[in-house]
Design a protein around this ligand. Structure first.
Ligand SMILES: Nc1ncnc2c1ncn2[C@@H]1O[C@H](COP(=O)(O)OP(=O)(O)OP(=O)(O)O)[C@@H](O)[C@H]1O
Ligand SMILES: [Mg+2]
Length: 218
């Protein structure tokens, strides 16, 4: 368990704007990166991961091999971890929901790390999160686990995720149903700017304060 653990704060400075995330340890944060394709979700996540000392990524599109030890074998994750390899990209051959649930079970055994899942929408149970991921979300922080996910769209994501999120990063998107959905908890005026946002710019919603900031590219 976590005990008197480290508070690892990820900071990405961007001229006068800073992003501060409690990545691992006590109070580890839940983060969502959303927006249409190629707008910079994974790029931002990678920038933020660069100062985290331990992470496990469900790397479905094989985008994070440059910042982690790659494995395609679920059983190897714990072996690598126990051997001191704490930056792991799991690139599944088996991309089924069943295998994702197995991955979440393994992630639950870890402590003090960021668990990052690319494209969470592919691994929902209808309108719900699969139970193993929901468990990570609900109790991960007691093990010092920060939970980060990317999703091209927010509409249709189970509300458990945004309602529990400490940080939501939203890149350019147009669909009215997504904008309406985001306006429920983010600053509506800023959400309306999403369709015309410049490339790689994004909104940053901070759960603690309920505030939304417009951010330049990192
Ligand atoms: N802030 C940035 N500055 C420079 N290049 C960037 C920036 N953000 C993203 N890029 C580049 O844009 C491309 C797309 O970025 P990225 O892979 O992060 O998109 P994405 O939103 O995760 O897309 P997808 O939904 O397809 O996964 C990449 O080549 C990346 O290097
Ligand atoms: Mg991506």
């Amino acid at each position: 368990m976590v005990g008197n653990t480290i508070q690892k704060t990820v900071t990405a400075d961007n001229q006068n704007q800073a992003i501060r995330i409690r990545a691992i340890g006590e109070g580890a944060d839940i983060c969502i990166f959303s927006g249409k394709k190629y707008e910079g979700k994974s790029y931002l996540a990678k920038k933020l991961l660069a100062t985290v000392s331990a992470y496990l990524i469900w790397d479905e599109q094989r985008e994070h091999g440059d910042i982690a030890t790659v494995t395609h074998d679920l059983r190897q994750i714990v072996t690598l971890w126990n051997g001191g390899t704490k930056k792991i990209s799991y690139q599944p051959i088996d991309k089924t929901k069943h295998n994702f649930r197995m991955f979440c079970k393994i992630a639950q055994q870890l402590t003090n790390a960021v668990i990052m899942v690319e494209e969470i929408r592919l691994y929902q149970d209808g309108k719900n999160l699969v139970p193993e991921f929901k468990r990570l979300l609900d109790s991960g922080r007691f093990r010092g686990l920060g939970i980060w996910t990317t999703s091209r769209r927010m509409h249709g994501i189970p509300v458990d995720l945004p309602y529990n999120a400490d940080h939501i990063f939203v890149f350019k998107q147009y669909r009215p149903e997504d904008l309406d959905y985001l306006s429920k908890f983010m600053d509506g005026e800023k959400v309306q700017q999403l369709p015309t946002l410049e490339k790689y710019w994004f909104l940053h919603y901070i759960g603690d304060t309920g505030t939304t900031e417009i951010h330049k590219p990192v």
